[in-house]
Design a binder for this molecule. Structure first.
Ligand code: OXD
Ligand code: MN
Length: 591
């Protein structure tokens, strides 16, 4: 499919190492894709679902020891350890190549090596980058064909260039003790071995589009972020775009596809989804920050997805979708997961492939669940009813506001605005989420997750903060930076804010601030809305509740300061002085 010597030499080298029986090039054609699906069904790697209810949909089960990303086995392999920083695991490149080389050696004997040329971003566009993944898994091929733009055309665009990311993946023995997800940012290389789970093996996603891309972005003057992108269309047709970063399990896919509350829908408001997980951001010729979603599909968490939480995601998965580790309803060959509805199928196979013990099912005990809590759907973006008309626009969309968010019971108010870009970078750097403890009202453990990028920055976190500050100086018309918290609780531990579609009310305040349409109250942490400026038309939430949601709890902020200091110390000596200045400023304002 190509005469590119860089590609051919590298594939020869990797084939000599892994020794596959044959090599198959993925051309992206319907015929080849269908043949691979058939082959996977014949070996049991995929189960075909009911073609009437789920046309062209399949179920896959991973090994029971291989169900999630493995942060403790993920490495950034830079020549100097300090370039990877304290937040990442590090191995010297030579040591890592030698160690993993042994695991890859002969790992594809008796198997096929698939060559997947793919593009992150619209192929051939200024924003796009090319990768090639070598894998011995049909499941990976079929997922990559959904999640990226893949096939022969990508090799045509690459021509004889050496500018591509080299990804090697082998399932090997799915041995957790020898599972490694390793990144060599100085060599544009990713090696992943002993896993078959999406986040570890779909190398275009977290490995390339976040870890390697964040490294490239710093070098080349742009940003790769763990952000959704959405557009809000006003009744007059104007559309404003927001990008937002939240740690895993904070409802990013739900926010990206939100349906406006009825009162807004009636007035003509719409929400468009550009992306649910990753944004590549660059400074446009007009001086604004422009974002593309480099992916071509959604790899979403299934449990909790339902007609109320995210009807658009549900609709997206009704065709051409691969489900992973959900339950199989054997009565009608359809899928089910906890939170889909209140009718768990009595006759079903659980995510481990065993007959589900329905009689002993206890919603609160995860070990009795039919679907794995991290079970997934891989669905094409084009299936989404609210996919943005700009989804395939190579230039991306102009960003008016950047939103950070976490899961905080008390500390963060519903929404606040940073004072400026530097302060906004500080707000992102101290992002955190709490795990809610079992006891009602108890506050859980705080995990700092700067810009929701803790597991995904491909270099030193301190340098990453510095890059944010640098970008701020270079963007003539920078977006404003906000922080939201949908998860504030009352004294009994109940969520106070309704969330889901109603989050749009907060996004509208954010956009009003950007447009200079509303005033705000200056507080120690930033600008907080005046109570009357959050539109609660058609909502059963009272003004008193909004007042409570917007309260800045000084005592818990003061407590947080110590934790922030500890975290900065952990990040190390490359935390920029400007962020320490911001921390001092916050401490002083809190009094
Ligand atoms: C994801 C994650 O899968 O952030 O998107 O873990
Ligand atoms: Mn994610």
């Amino acid at each position: 499919m190509t005469k590119n010597v860089h590609v051919l030499n590298w594939i020869n080298e990797m084939a000599e190492l892994t020794q596959p029986d044959k090599i198959v090039w993925i051309d992206g054609s319907d015929e080849q894709t269908e043949a691979l699906r058939k082959e996977a069904v014949s070996t049991g790697e995929l189960i075909r679902l009911n073609p009437e209810q789920y046309p062209n949909c399949y179920l896959h089960r991973t090994a029971v020891n291989d169900v999630a990303r493995v942060e403790n086995r993920t490495f950034i392999c830079t020549t100097k350890q300090e370039d990877a920083g304290n937040i990442n695991n590090w191995m010297a490149p030579s040591e890592c190549y030698a160690k993993l080389g042994k695991l890859f050696k002969g790992s594809m004997k008796g198997r096929t090596m698939y060559v997947i040329p793919y593009s992150m971003g619209v192929p051939g566009s200024e924003f796009a980058k090319i990768g090639i993944e070598l894998t011995d898994s049909i499941y990976v091929v079929l997922n990559m064909l959904i999640m990226t733009r893949a096939g022969k055309q990508i090799l045509d665009i690459l021509g004889d260039s050496a500018d591509f990311i080299k990804g090697l993946h082998a399932r090997a023995d799915i041995d957790e003790e020898n599972r490694y997800i390793c990144h060599f940012p100085e060599d544009n290389t990713i090696w992943s071995v002993n896993s078959g789970y999406g986040g570890n093996v779909l190398l275009g996603k977290k490995c390339f589009a976040l870890r390697i891309a964040s490294y490239l972005g710093r070098k080349e003057g742009w940003m790769a972020e763990h952000m959704l992108i959405l557009g809000i269309e006003y009744p007059d047709g104007d559309i404003k775009y927001i990008s937002a970063a939240f740690p895993s399990a904070c409802g990013k896919t739900n926010l990206a596809m939100l349906i406006p509350p009825e009162v807004f829908r009636k007035k003509g408001y719409k929400v468009w989804c550009v992306g649910d997980d990753i944004a590549w951001l660059r400074i446009g010729k007009d001086g604004r920050l422009w974002a593309v979603n480099p992916e071509n599909g959604f790899f979403g968490v299934a449990p909790g997805t339902n007609e109320h939480s995210n009807p658009n995601a549900l609709a997206t998965t009704k065709k051409d979708t691969i489900f992973t580790n959900v339950a199989l309803n054997t009565d009608d060959n359809t899928v089910w997961w906890e939170g889909l509805d209140n009718n768990p199928p009595k006759n079903c196979i659980d995510w481990k492939g065993n007959k589900w013990d329905y009689a002993n099912y206890d919603k609160k005990d995860k070990s009795t669940c039919a679907a794995h809590p991290n079970s997934r759907f891989t669905a094409p973006a084009v299936n989404c009813p609210c996919i943005s008309p700009e989804f395939n626009n190579a230039a991306g969309v102009p960003i008016s506001a950047i939103v950070f968010g976490g899961r905080r019971a008390r500390t963060a108010p519903l929404v606040y605005e940073s004072f400026n870009w530097q302060h906004g970078t500080f707000v992102g750097s101290i992002m955190a989420s709490e795990t809610t403890a079992a006891a009602a009202g108890a506050v859980g453990v705080v995990r700092r997750d700067p810009m929701a990028m803790r597991p995904f920055v491909g270099y030193n976190m301190g340098d990453y903060f510095a890059h944010w500050l640098e970008m701020g100086k270079k963007i003539p018309h920078a977006p404003k930076i906000f922080h939201v918290n949908w998860f504030r609780t009352d004294d009994e531990g109940h969520f106070i804010w309704p969330g889901f579609g109603d989050n749009m009310r907060v996004l509208l305040w954010i956009l009003d601030r950007v447009a200079g349409k509303v005033d705000a109250r200056e507080t120690a942490i930033g600008y907080v809305p005046n109570v009357d400026d959050i539109n609660i038309e058609g909502l059963s939430v009272t003004k008193e509740t909004i007042t409570e949601l917007l309260d800045v709890d000084t005592a818990s902020w003061k407590q947080d300061i110590e934790n922030i200091k500890e975290f900065y110390k952990l990040v190390g000596d490359r935390v920029p002085a400007e962020l320490y200045d911001e921390l001092k400023g916050l401490e002083a304002r809190l009094g």
